[in-house]
Design a protein around this ligand. Structure first.
Ligand code: C2O
Ligand code: CU
Ligand code: CU
Length: 513
């Protein structure tokens, strides 16, 4: 018998369900209105790719035994190259969407959930109205069609819910329930490098989850511990990689390209190899770095992506190498777990993937010393305008940015920028916690950091190249160079610790044309 617990709660009660020990997801019966539709973005007739994307309740096997109720994306390719969609079967993750730079894309988004949702194309430079912002919710039963040109250079992006209700954000809940997927942009420049592809390109989505007895997903508790839990954000009892528990896969003696998304609500990972070899980073949020960088470990905050080169050509057949998340201290929150749960504390050590060398191959693929022609870094100088954003705790209510919390598409005077301008945005973290700050609608360069009292993740921060999310360590100040190009309108900047974001650590800014 199919159990449909607790769930109408998911729709209406705003912040999570007040049941202990947690509660879970979904099962939506009826209540869906007749289809309405809205179209935003380009109105040309000519599209290279057309997709239908549904946000829908489903049931998938995550752990052995009973399948878990989830909310997930399902998609259908209506027009375009066959490899545009790769279904992730037996996963709550949405299909991997592969686009090419220059394509004109049209996506029909159907909301089959019992509450409002949106779909945000994280990291892509798209017009304000198709960015999936909370001001343009898709109601239950409604279809929204969005169109955009793929303007970004090659890189690993992702799509996820960005809903925000009357009583608070729903991003944490909806993404946790499964509403996320990978989006890859390819271009000629990257293709020209001949990096490992197909079976030799591993895509890893790192997330943590908590399950109750019959494999129900458990999100934040409404009880006593909830306040503290929201301070550091959701931390699960176990790690999932591509929506299933960490596993070992067979590999060969050859190079691999490993592309990792931290799709967790709040967990930071310290990526390292079990044999102590350096982590060779070749790319970040906004695509390839100018050249490869060897690090003892690589820090990956929520929403960030890393592109890693791993050469196994010298490995012994029969040997196993593990990608782990190593232990670390993260300011005041280091070592802390969720109240009254078995959550893995932030900074604990665990295995993410095992790679068993099962096949000997003679492959002669070298890591290029230069990773292609690069997009020119944004030029800043002593006369570049600096805009300052101070992150501070708000008593019992999370965190504020310059003393303000989320208030919808309302923009203060110091949140208006001009189209075409280059600015430095300076984030000053006056809190004891790290915050992964994300800016919509562009990729930025990291100019520099100062202060900061945590050195246990510092050597893994990849600050070269292009980014849309930067980890600002406790008491640290970070400067970003950004240029507001191409699209005027409202965009968002926020902390991508989803519980911080949902509790109001998010603001709109306006690009004035
Ligand atoms: Cu992943 Cu506002 O974004
Ligand atoms: Cu985003
Ligand atoms: Cu935060």
């Amino acid at each position: 018998v199919h159990r449909r617990t607790v769930l109408q709660a998911a729709a209406g009660t705003g912040f999570f369900l007040a049941l202990s020990p947690g509660f879970l997801l979904t099962g939506c019966d009826g209540g869906v209105r007749a289809t309405e539709s809205v179209t935003l973005g380009l109105d040309s007739e000519e599209y290279d790719v057309e997709l239908a994307l549904r946000a829908t309740p489903d049931s998938v096997s995550i752990l052995p035994g009973t399948p878990s109720e989830v909310w997930r994306y399902k998609a259908e390719l209506l027009k375009g190259p066959k490899n545009t969609l790769t279904e992730n079967t037996n996963s709550y993750l949405g299909p991997t969407i592969r686009l090419r730079r220059g394509q004109r894309v049209k996506i029909h988004i159907h909301n089959e959930l019992p509450e409002d949702t949106t779909v945000h194309w994280h990291g892509l430079h798209v017009p304000s109205d198709v960015d999936g912002q909370p001001r343009l919710p898709i109601q239950p039963g409604e279809t929204m069609t969005v169109g955009f040109d793929v303007w970004d250079r090659a890189g690993l992006f992702w799509y996820h819910s960005h809903a925000h209700g009357e009583r608070g954000g729903r991003v944490g809940f909806q993404s946790y329930a499964g509403l996320a997927g990978l989006l890859i942009v390819e271009d000629d420049e990257e293709a020209g490098l001949g990096l490992p592809s197909g079976d030799n390109e591993l895509l890893l989505v790192l997330q943590d989850r908590t399950f109750a007895g019959a494999n129900e997903l458990v999100y934040l508790d409404g009880g006593m511990g909830a306040m503290m839990d929201r301070m550091h954000g959701f931390l699960g009892d176990r790690i999932l990689v591509n929506s299933v528990p960490p596993a070992t896969r067979k590999v060969a003696t050859r190079p691999y390209r490993i592309r990792v998304l931290n799709g967790s609500n709040a967990r930071i990972y310290k990526l390292a190899w079990s044999d102590g070899r350096p982590v060779t980073v070749i790319g970040a949020d906004g695509g390839l770095l100018p050249e490869p960088e060897d690090r003892p470990y690589a820090t990956l905050a929520p929403a960030q992506r890393l592109d890693i080169w791993l050469d196994l050509s010298q490995s012994q057949p029969g040997s196993t190498l593990e990608l782990i998340s190593d232990s670390f201290q993260a300011g005041m929150m280091g070592g802390m777990g969720m109240m009254g749960s078995n959550a893995l504390p932030l900074g604990s050590r665990f295995t993410l993937v095992g790679l068993e060398v099962a096949e000997s191959l003679e492959v002669n693929e070298q890591l290029p010393a230069q990773l292609g022609q690069q997009r020119q870094r944004i030029l800043v100088g002593s006369n570049t305008r600096i805009r300052t954003f101070e992150l501070r705790p708000v008593m019992m209510r999370g965190f504020a940015i310059n003393g303000r919390r989320f208030e919808g598409p309302h923009v203060a005077d110091d949140e208006k920028v001009r189209l075409g301008d280059t600015e430095i945005w300076e984030f000053r973290n006056n809190t004891p916690m790290p915050h992964p700050m994300h800016i919509h609608g562009l990729q930025f360069n990291i100019v520099g950091r100062r202060g900061g009292n945590s050195d246990s993740l510092q050597q893994g921060l990849v600050d070269s190249g292009w980014h849309d999310t930067v980890l600002v360590m406790p008491r640290e100040t970070v400067q970003l160079a950004m240029k507001f190009e191409r699209f005027a309108g409202l965009f968002i900047y926020h902390c991508h610790n989803m519980e911080h974001e949902d509790a109001g650590m998010m603001r709109y800014f306006q690009v004035q044309g």
